[in-house]
Design a protein around this ligand. Structure first.
Ligand code: EAX
Length: 325
């Protein structure tokens, strides 16, 4: 009799702990600056699904879109402080946290997507991911924002001269602002969530972003002219608070890294699709698109600024990135 009861009790206890363990789900909040229907939205939603699957539901990622938990600089700061668990962001505000990574935002540094992706997935990129750890951030993987293009409401931009005097919203990024001054632009740094209204009210004449961002934030509704300058590649990255990362088991660390890899694939596939279909879409929304600009003219216009960047970042560091090895 007693024996049964003990077995029954042990069984009940085991079931309770199993239920307890299974139900002990850890939820991490994750923020992105753009709406869900975007290149970042597919990335973080894929990441969430992968984490749930790979950890058997022990970890759940709760995503917040369109800067709901703060703009990119605020989100990176919150992940650093541990008031936010995770985020995906461009490198826009990164110089505030890891100044030497401002080198990644030099215009015309990367020739094309293949060059950028292989360089960031390669030894140089992995080396750079580690530079976030001393400031309390675990960067899981390089994702992508895309090549940035110019839009404005004033006039068609065909040559660098056409940019002179345009008041353009920029990311809070010193490398971009220094470069755009080289075009004669009046750079106006601002968080992405404020840009639609600023364009609508004419506080700024224009802005520059990848097709994926222009589409997801519906800038076609407040901008007439788009020029496919492709003047700079904009990396992004998936990050986590370092303390949380250190608290994961080795097996779970691998799950998070593997899930980030799958998320980045979804991110890049979406960008490839947006690049392929986005221009026709934006034209159908009434934007006048100039898709045959001579990029070398824009590059030449920045020659004086490149000399400054060589001094600031070092010829050798820039050469390594240009050669991707
Ligand atoms: O990372 O702020 C920007 O222009 C960024 O491209 C956007 O937040 C996506």
């Amino acid at each position: 009799m007693f024996a049964f009861r003990t077995t029954g009790l042990a069984l009940a206890a085991a079931m309770l702990t199993a239920a307890g363990a299974a139900s002990a789900q850890t939820v991490y909040k994750m923020n992105i600056s753009v709406p869900q229907n975007s290149h970042y939205g597919v990335a973080v939603d894929t990441f969430a699904a992968e984490i749930e699957k790979r950890t058997g539901g022990r970890y759940k990622i709760q995503n917040f879109y369109a800067s709901a938990l703060g703009n990119e600089r605020e989100a990176i700061e919150a992940v650093q402080l541990g008031t936010l668990d995770m985020a995906m962001s461009s490198t826009g505000p990164v110089p505030n946290f890891v100044p030497e990574l401002a080198i990644l935002d030099i215009p015309f540094l990367f020739r094309d997507y293949a060059h950028a992706r292989s360089t960031l997935d390669g030894p140089i990129g992995q080396e750079m991911l580690k530079k976030f750890e001393p400031v309390g951030i675990k960067a899981l993987a390089w994702g992508e924002n895309g090549f940035r293009h110019m839009t404005n409401s004033k006039h068609a931009v065909r040559t660098p001269e056409d940019l002179k005097g345009l008041k353009l919203r920029t990311m809070e990024n010193p490398t971009h602002m220094q470069a755009y001054k080289g075009f004669g632009i009046i750079p106006t740094p601002m968080a992405i969530s404020e840009v639609f209204t600023a364009l609508q009210q004419g506080t700024v004449d224009g802005q520059e972003n990848p097709i994926s961002v222009i589409q997801s934030w519906k800038f076609d509704q407040v901008q007439k002219h788009l020029t496919l300058t492709g003047h700079v590649y904009s990396p992004a990255f998936i990050m986590m608070n370092k303390g949380l990362w250190d608290g994961l088991s080795d097996a779970d660390k691998q799950h998070f890294l593997d899930a980030a890899k799958v998320a980045v694939k979804a991110n890049r596939d979406r960008i490839d699709a947006d690049e392929k279909n986005g221009v026709a879409y934006l034209r159908s929304k009434g934007m006048e698109v100039i898709d045959d600009v001579d990029r070398t003219k824009f590059q030449e216009a920045l020659a004086p600024v490149f000399a400054e960047f060589s001094k600031k970042f070092g010829e050798e560091n820039i050469r390594r990135l240009r050669e991707g090895k």
